[in-house]
Design a protein around this ligand. Structure first.
Ligand SMILES: [Zn+2]
Length: 456
């Protein structure tokens, strides 16, 4: 077949690219109430909390919890009673706004549990003020149990100032500060035991939450956020770990995650990105470094118990750990100081981490519920993208934003506000980017984004 010359000629070259991002209102705006709350976070209060927790000698889960030990201020029972009393004291300062509760159970013998042991999680609930939003929960947790070199040593000192009185202090300080304010959704301030014996406390709590149908949108686990004063520490950074492929993903969900390149879009990863956005909006004094893995090598933490039940949960941990100061008997050996003592931690750093947690909890508890049933339409082969969703179930959304980023980008790159609608079409190919949709209330508080699932 003969082709005429014109058909062979290359057509005039056009620069073809995606349209420039229309990033309108893409940034979170600071809420004066949250700015005010952040100013209340106190390094002195955190120091007092940690010193009190260390004063119990050991908080090993297997240590004493009989009335005489509690009376004498030694062992995990005394720590538990003090935490309860502290939550109650905060509650008195806000007209009884906190409901202080325990989740107590007997763990049967296992690897690190030699005999039946009562484990008690202590928590305080700041109920949401909006009837439609109060069932939505954001939660902060730390573990109040400690250990030394021997995880069965029920008497030896286990100060656990960093691991994890620091995280316990974050939960308590968030409760003290945020209970002076009101939020539409519910905030739970949790401290768990049994972490060092095998995440027993958090496992029981997360299973209870799942069984009772709690609508937990976010879990912030603080474990080793003391900012150990070693020479390689960077006190301007806190690591935030988040799982990629969800531990709770079903056999039916896994192929879709693989097919769509969804390995970096678990609900926990979206929560980690949300923490990063909060840190850009509020100056807490510390910046999150997002680590895209569940946890550090050889280590685990309570966020995993929540991940296993399908909840979004991330772990905060200091930038650089000193392993001489964790899980060690207090001693000096060849000039090296071992043990998890208060003088190795940085109370200002912990107050900054507490501020970042408080701002994240407050932002989420102020925001509308995320949109529901978010879909990307895939009926036809086309280069535009149409997204659909149902209104936020708590009825507080006044607008929605579509977010997107290159598949190779770690964080959201663009946002477009699309108004109070349930459908949007963008001149961007769904093949090239990852989309999310989030809800905004009247003041501009953002919900967690939801990544759409394909709908034919
Ligand atoms: Zn720990």
């Amino acid at each position: 077949m003969l082709l005429c010359a014109a058909a062979l000629a290359e057509p005039p070259r056009k620069i073809v690219s995606e349209p420039p991002p229309q990033s309108t209102n893409s940034a979170m705006t600071a809420d004066p109430q949250i700015v005010a709350a952040l100013k209340e976070v106190s390094a002195e209060r955190i120091q007092a909390t940690i010193q009190k927790l260390v004063s119990f000698g050991t908080r090993l889960t297997l240590s004493a919890q009989d009335p005489a030990s509690i009376e004498s201020g030694h062992g995990i029972g005394a720590a538990r009673e003090w935490i309860k009393a502290e939550f109650n004291r905060y509650s008195q300062q806000c007209g009884g706004c906190l409901e202080v509760k325990t989740d107590s159970f007997t763990e049967q013998p296992a690897d690190r549990i030699p005999r039946p042991t009562v484990i008690t999680n202590v928590y305080a609930v700041l109920k949401g003020t909006d009837p439609q939003s109060a069932s939505r929960i954001v939660l902060v947790t730390g573990h109040y149990d400690s250990r030394n070199s021997d995880t069965f040593d029920i008497n030896g000192d286990a100060p656990g100032a960093n691991d994890d009185a620091s995280g316990t202090a974050v939960s308590l300080e968030c409760a003290r500060v945020l209970s002076q304010h009101k939020f539409p959704a519910t905030i739970v301030f949790l401290t768990v035991a049994g972490e060092e014996q095998g995440l027993n406390g958090s496992k029981h709590f997360a299973e209870m939450a799942k069984e009772q149908g709690w609508n937990i949108e976010a879990v912030l686990n603080n474990d080793i956020v003391g900012g150990d004063r070693n020479s390689q520490q960077d006190a301007s950074v806190v690591r935030v770990f988040s799982e990629g492929i969800p531990a709770a993903a079903t056999d039916a969900e896994l192929p879709r995650i693989k097919a769509l390149g969804g390995e970096s879009d678990s609900i926990s990863r979206e929560l980690a990105r949300y923490v990063a956005e909060v840190a850009r909006t509020y100056d807490a004094g510390v910046k999150p470094s997002l680590v895209f893995r569940l946890d550090r090598f050889l280590r685990g933490g309570d966020h995993y118990s929540f991940n296993q039940q399908g909840f979004a949960a991330v772990r905060f941990t200091e930038y650089r750990e000193d392993f001489h100061h964790q899980h060690q008997n207090v001693r000096t050996d060849k000039g090296i100081e071992f043990g998890d003592l208060p003088r190795f931690v940085n109370f200002y750093y912990i107050s900054h981490v507490a501020g970042l947690n408080a701002a994240t909890l407050a932002s989420l508890a102020s925001a509308p519920a995320p949109p529901a049933n978010v879909h990307v339409l895939t009926k036809d082969l086309e280069n535009d993208t149409t997204l659909t969703w149902n209104a936020s179930p708590d009825g507080r959304a006044r607008a929605y934003e579509v977010l997107w980023r290159a598949t190779s980008a770690p964080d959201w790159e663009h946002a477009e506000r699309v108004g109070d609608v349930n459908r949007a079409t963008l001149k961007i190919s769904k093949d090239n980017v990852i989309f999310g949709v989030r809800a905004l209330d009247e003041q501009g508080h953002r919900s967690l984004p939801v990544v759409p699932s394909p709908e034919r």
